[in-house]
Design a binder for this molecule. Structure first.
Ligand code: M6R
Length: 604
């Protein structure tokens, strides 16, 4: 949450900062701001609202200076107002700061600063950092980079990625990382530093990633990287093969729609990654020889764990496979030991709830596989083994292509637990191509789906119903409709309806029925008819081979071309994505940036 950027070496500095922030806006869009250092004076512009408001504010103003920092905010402390927007200036304007994370002891720090005569211009936890640095420098005129880092890491409690500029050091940026991401590139004439590699690849693909507890001081021709605790620095460089165009809209109205279209390619990319890595994964699992497997994740990423835990039962695994929500894991103390394999699933690789849960599991002796989409992310570094989802950059806040790849990789791991023969695994992975083809065929039915979405958009409440493996798909569908179309969609086990929730059914209420798990389809249909009898309006998504099922009532039917289990079930997600997308458009929602959300949830 919140994106921070900094750049040195550009004449058109405001345009460059806005460009970088544009690539990070999905991390938060409550406000944005920039500070440019021109000959020792900071020019600060910050506005509540999305980046477009800031863009408008500085249109026609030529900002001089060749370095600066910027911020896009997801509000935690203090409402989304101009005053609470970053960057923050210190009292005497000698320091500017942008911050991602939460300073947990800010109230104490604020009180101390107020007592010393400092004046707070905002209600945020972040502003104190700028004043503290100014105070530190005033008290320590001969300070060094290391002194500053020791002071800040000793003083600040919580999570932070910080960028700091001093008025009298125009072409220098200081960055600190503690539990929030930070990475940078350094080319012949540019330094760029950011929360996210997506806004760096336009400058260079060779990215330097700060590890937790590291700080950097960069200029155009120098760079010093240190650990907070003065231990030897372990550098991390990654080379990112993401296509720069993949992070652009390329003619689409919305990233969300573009990313839905990209799914055939992204599942093929994952297939290649898994084929390359199959031996390593197999060896790791053999070595770990787990008797318990726990998937840990949040939101959409967690549903692949729900799916895998049911799939494992169908596969008759000898291990117990379960799933847990990251934010709950530590508080409902789980039984963990060296025979526990934990699988952390996260697109961003930065979700704080998942990070803390995985660290906790590791501290109790579990082995961890991290499945992420962002190389060098925090979760990628926690894993004893890391698998890249290979979905390419995902910009829309509602996750699509990463989710499909999360389902595939979760099921793949179940297959590895069941059968470690390399030929079998390669053959299994080759069938992922069929899913890629079917995704294209589902998208060809967009007009029909769009029409159904229009009907859904007229309702505030709906159910998505499935049994067995279909239930995890209904969870994903419900979340997608909630976040993208603001429809209160509830996932429901088909058999559970009659135990209470069916009382909500009234004439015309939409109920979406998933028919992907053949072992329970006949029973699901009976439950669907019970809903229709009470006035529910049925929408059927059928991914099973054979003719359409017969219903005694009128139904809206979407038939998916048949493919092998479990890919038929996973393919149903694409229909749900398109329904959510079009229902969102009908409701005039900015489907790339739904209200109150951020893509990378780096606070607990
Ligand atoms: O980056 P992660 O995969 O860890 O994110 C987890 C969830 O926050 C994420 O899946 C969220 O639910 C999305 N908004 C779903 O579209």
């Amino acid at each position: 949450m919140c994106g921070i950027v900094g750049i040195i070496g550009h004449n058109d500095i405001s345009a460059e900062l806005l460009k970088m922030l544009h690539g990070l806006e999905y991390r938060g869009y409550d406000s944005s701001g920039i500070a440019v250092n021109f000959n020792g004076d900071f020019q600060v512009y910050k506005k509540a609202g999305p980046l477009s408001v800031l863009r408008q504010e500085i249109e026609g103003i030529t900002l001089q200076g060749t370095s600066g920092i910027g911020h896009t905010r997801w509000a935690t402390h203090g409402a989304p107002t101009d005053n609470n927007a970053h960057p923050f200036l210190s009292l005497n304007s000698s320091v500017t700061v942008v911050h991602n994370g939460i300073i947990e002891n800010y109230k104490v720090l604020r009180k101390t600063l107020l007592e010393k005569g400092y004046v707070m211009a905002s209600e945020t936890d972040s502003e104190v950092i700028a004043h503290l640095i100014e105070l530190f420098v005033d008290n320590n005129p001969n300070w060094t980079f290391r002194d500053l880092v020791v002071y800040l890491s000793d003083t600040l409690e919580g999570a932070y990625a910080l960028l700091i500029q001093f008025a009298d050091k125009p072409n220098e940026i200081y960055g600190l990382r503690f539990e929030c991401p930070l990475a940078y590139v350094q080319t012949a004439n540019t330094v760029a530093i950011s929360s996210d590699i997506a806004s760096l690849i336009g400058y260079d693909r060779n990215i330097n990633i700060l590890r937790d507890g590291q700080a950097v001081h960069i200029t155009l021709d120098n760079e010093e990287l240190i650990n907070f605790d003065s231990t030897e620095v372990d550098r991390l460089h990654v080379s990112v093969d993401w296509d720069v165009k993949a992070a652009e809209k390329s003619g689409y109205d919305y990233f969300l729609r573009k990313e839905i279209d990209e799914q055939s390619d992204s599942v093929r990319a994952l297939k290649r990654t898994l084929i390359d890595k199959a031996e390593k994964i197999t060896a790791f699992i053999k070595d770990t020889n787990p008797d318990t497997v726990i998937f840990i994740a949040c939101g959409s990423a967690s549903y692949s764990g729900v799916f895998a835990s049911v799939f494992a039962r169908h596969a008759e695994l000898k291990q117990t496979v379960s799933w847990e929500i990251g934010s709950e894991f530590r508080y409902n103390p789980p039984i963990i030991n060296e025979k526990t394999l934990v699988i952390g699933m996260s697109q961003s690789g930065e979700t704080a709830d998942t990070v803390t849960a995985l660290r906790y599991a590791k501290s109790k002796g579990a082995k961890v596989i991290s499945i992420i989409n962002v190389v060098g992310s925090t979760i990628s570094m926690i894993g004893d083994l890391t698998i890249n989802l290979s979905a390419g950059p995902e910009v829309a806040v509602p996750s699509t292509k990463a989710v499909i790849n999360q389902f595939i990789s979760a099921v793949f791991l179940i297959e590895v637990l069941r059968n470690q023969e390399q030929d079998f695994l390669t053959q299994w992975l080759l069938t992922v191509d069929e899913l890629a083809t079917v995704i294209g065929k589902i998208i060809e039915q967009e007009e029909v789906i769009k029409n159904y979405a229009k009907q859904l958009a007229g309702h505030q409440n709906m159910f998505i119903v499935g049994r067995g493996l279909d239930y995890s798909i209904s969870l994903e569908g419900a979340l997608k409709l909630k976040e993208t179309a603001y429809i209160h969609a509830e996932a429901m086990y088909a058999g559970e309806f009659k135990h209470g929730s069916i009382s909500l059914i009234e004439y015309g209420m939409p109920v979406l029925i998933l028919l992907g798990d053949e072992s329970v389809a006949a029973k699901t249909i009976i439950n669907a008819e019970e809903v229709a009898t009470r006035g529910g309006q049925l929408f059927i998504i059928d991914s099973l081979a054979g003719e359409n099922f017969d219903f005694s009532c009128e139904v809206n039917y979407i038939k998916i071309p048949p493919i092998k289990k479990p890919f038929n079930l996973i393919s149903q997600i694409v229909v749900l994505q398109l329904l959510a997308y079009h229902a969102g458009l009908h409701r005039n929602i900015n489907v790339d940036k739904p209200r109150n959300l951020a893509k990378s949830v780096t606070v607990e």
